[in-house]
Design a protein. Sequence first.
Length: 256
Amino acid sequence: MTIEWVEPSLDVQVTLIGHGTLQGPKKSTVLDFFTCAGINYSSPVVGAILNGELCELTTPVVKESTLAPVLMRDADGARIYRRSLSFLLSAAFSRLFPDAVLNINYSVYPGGYYCDVSRREPLNPVELLSLKAEMVDLVTKNLSFEKKEVPLAQAIEIFSKLGELDKVQLLHYRTKDHVTIYSLGSYLDYHQGYMVPSTSFLKWFDSTKLNRRDKITEGIFAPWAFYRSDFQQIGGHDILYAPQSKEDSDIFNRFQ
């Protein structure tokens, strides 16, 4: 056995669980290693487990590590995808209707969001099609979701200047001294949780306008997986997120 002094290595080894070991420059991202591996997973990779911890695909690898994919069909992967999709929806809406507010109220079966708008009339069918077209345009441009941490006081100042007083009020209750802010072009927001690296990952979505039975509230429903055939494209198998047809879905019983 020989032990000797050496120069620090500029490379790092990463073991892809179940496949083998790759070597690459330190601070290469998790996505870089998955891309170089060229493995055809059964569903799109939207996150990763790096040394036992959930992380984003943009996370740099700085030491010898183990790596496993988080697929879109996984529970964590579905959350990452839906969170990123809601950000895309909000960014597209702000570009088209800068004086209005999109309220993403809650998630609904089978995997979408029920939304409404304020400071203006509900979207008409033409405007809703324009919103979807804007989302598609952002996806086609493959824009990055930029991420940065800022001090809490700075975040409060940022959202105060934007006139988003509801967020300012929430930030006043935050116990941590920093806030993670994501941006897509000129649109920004703070998020708890992980995102995909760029808009090109968000290929599966739709939007439609539905009325509650009481006819009082109109809203936008923005599902990420509408029919079983769509879900099968991403290797999904959970019937909860994949109704055979819209008549099988509880959404259309609740919002028609």
